[in-house]
Every structure is written in C-alpha cells, then in structure tokens.
Design a protein around this ligand. Sequence first.
Ligand SMILES: [Zn+2]
Length: 407
Amino acid sequence: MNTDHFVLYENIKQCVTLAGVAKNSGRHPKEADLGVISDAAVVVNNQTNRIEWIGKNAELPTEFGDLAARFSCEEEVWLPELIECHTHLIYAGTRHHDFALRCLGKTYQQIASEGGGILSTLTHTRKASPGELLESASSELEHFQKYGVGTIEIKSGYGLSLESELRILKCIQELQHHTSVLLAPTFMPAHATPPEFKGQTDEYVKLICKEWIPEVAKNKLAVFFDAFVEEGYFSVEQARTMCEAALASGLKLKLHVDQFTNLGGASLAVDMGAISCDHLDNVGRESIQKLAESKTVAVLLPGASLFTGTPYPPARNLIDAGAIVALSTDYNPGTCPTRNLPLMTTIACCQMGMTIAESIAGITYNAAAALGLQKELGSLEMGKNFRVCQLKADSYEVLPYCFGELE
Ligand SMILES: [Zn+2]
C-alpha cells in the first residue's frame, strides 16, 4: 500500500466515533453507541481526506507504524465536526429593540404591528447590497466555527421577493468560495407572506410554485425547500402544494412545523418524505408515532423556546418512540440570536430530559442525517470524511456540561 499521503494522529485522549449511533441510524442513542475509544489513533489519507484507519493506539496496524507525518494529541478529545442543521444566517438589521420591548411586556404581535418583527428584518435585508450581506454572513460564520461547527445549513427567507431571495441564495453560493465550512443552502420563500401580498397568500403560493421554485432549481441555488407551516403563515394545504412543486423541481424538503400550534405539519412532512421537520414544540402524539416510523429527522430548537419563553419540544417522547432527533440553534435575529450549538446540548439535557449521548448524537450524526449527509459525515469511521471537532478536555462529557463555553 502506498502510504505517502497518509498522516497519523496518535495518543488521542478520547475519540468519540458515534459508530453505534450510525449503525442504529440515529435512533435511541445510548452511551455505548458513542463508540468512545480511549488512547486512540486515526490514520488519514490526505489526498482523499478520508479516514483510512481508526482504533486504539496499541492496535495500530504495522503498515502505519512508521509514517513520517504524525501528530501526538494526548490533550485532546475528538468528535465528528459539529453540524448545524437549521439557521437563518443571512439577514440585515438587528432586532435587539424587539427584545427590549418584549422585556417590557409587549407581545410579538404588538411589536410586529409597530414595525418590528420579521418585516423589519425584511426591509433591511431587501435594502442590503450583495457585498454587505456577504460581509455580515462571513462574520457570522466565523462565530459558528469557534463553536466547532464544520457544516451548516443556511436558509433564505428574509427577502421574500424573487430578486432579494436570489440575492440571498447567491450570497450563500459566494460564501462557499471563502470558507472551509460546508454550506447547505435552503430556499425558504414561504417564511411569511410579504407585505405586497397581504391577504393574498394563495396568490403568493402560486407564484412560488410556478416561477420561483423552477428558477431557483434551474440555477442550482438550493438543495432544500422549506416553509413555515403555522396558523397565520402557511396552511398544511398550501405547504403541500409548495412541497409538490419543490419535489417536481428536484429540491428536497425541510419544513417548520407544529411550533405554536399542532396544525399537522409533522404529519405532512412524513407524508411528503421530507428529510427533516423542525421545531415540533406542539407536535401531537399521532405525529410522534408517525415520525418514529419514518426517516424524517425531528430537528429540535431549544434555544428558540428559551429565548421566546415558550414550552420546549417533547424530546423524550420523540426519542423513546424511536424518532431520529437532531438539535440546532435556529440562529436568527428575532427568536434565537445565538451561534452557540454546544449550548443547545446543555439546554437539551437540563430542560428537555435528554441524555448526553442523545444530545451529542443530535449535533453530529443526526444533524448530518437532517441534511442527508450521514453517509459522509457525522461519525468517525473508516472511509468517512475526516472532519473533526477537537476539544481540549478530559472527556466528551464537558460538551454539554460546559454551558456553551467550549474550548
Ligand atoms: Zn427556523
């Protein structure tokens, strides 16, 4: 075997492989499924950036024993890179004043009617130039990287006109040329009905289906389509129409569902074969069972519940039923302005009754599954991509324990 391009990382204090989580497709993650190897070694093929071998240091095959390129990592705990599977990262304008008003007791509806809320972000985003959007997005991305994130999903949805939505998606495309972080773009024109279509949501849906989705798909600007299925936003029937158009154009589906009301969005997501359905704070019992029997990943966003003071999603019921559960920040300027993905594991463990194993699976393998990337990413196994999160720590348990202060 030609080993010229191989690199050996040895004496790794702990390597969290998640091999068992991968074997069980992310369902019912147990501590043993984390596949923790103490005093580990990893051999990487630098040409393909794939893991050639992984195991205990003491069991390193002799053909790798005298590799010239080698690094000793005795202070480090390794996990697969963290995967952020739900963000609204590209926008302009801040919403801290909305927060100040909320702290004074105003409701979201009152704030929106006084010019705040999503429409204020929309106004600022429409006015922003491509250069301004790119600069702001690059800086946001650096924050995520500091927290160990190596792959990130980014949605459009603060433009809500074809021209501004395309500008956002092109910004994601441009951003990919400037970063080592893997970006997964999502087209989300159904984030809200824009002001020019007030009272005419059906007309807006028709436009999205007939013109916008084909345009985005033709230019390969997005992998996923997403819609906010919620009372006062888009109905299950409107969402179904858009999902059908998106599938016909070759886009995969992700949906915002059952956040404030149990509208049946999760059930629709499963029926449509969506890759994920996200939020689920008010998901019903029947939908939980349906999710458990499907491959649709349940993406939970505990930061949004914390920040808006609303109930947490029923993580325990979902996991115990057998659903594949991932965690994400939902990073956005209105309801969750944090880029701290590790902090979501702390909230998940402390407020949603999740175990450490479940929370770690939620930001690695199961988050990869929520992007359809689990064959390449999300666990450290032979043949998989070499993308790791390196912690200066004694144990992987510090990840949820450290309250977001990851080193
Ligand atoms: Zn969202």
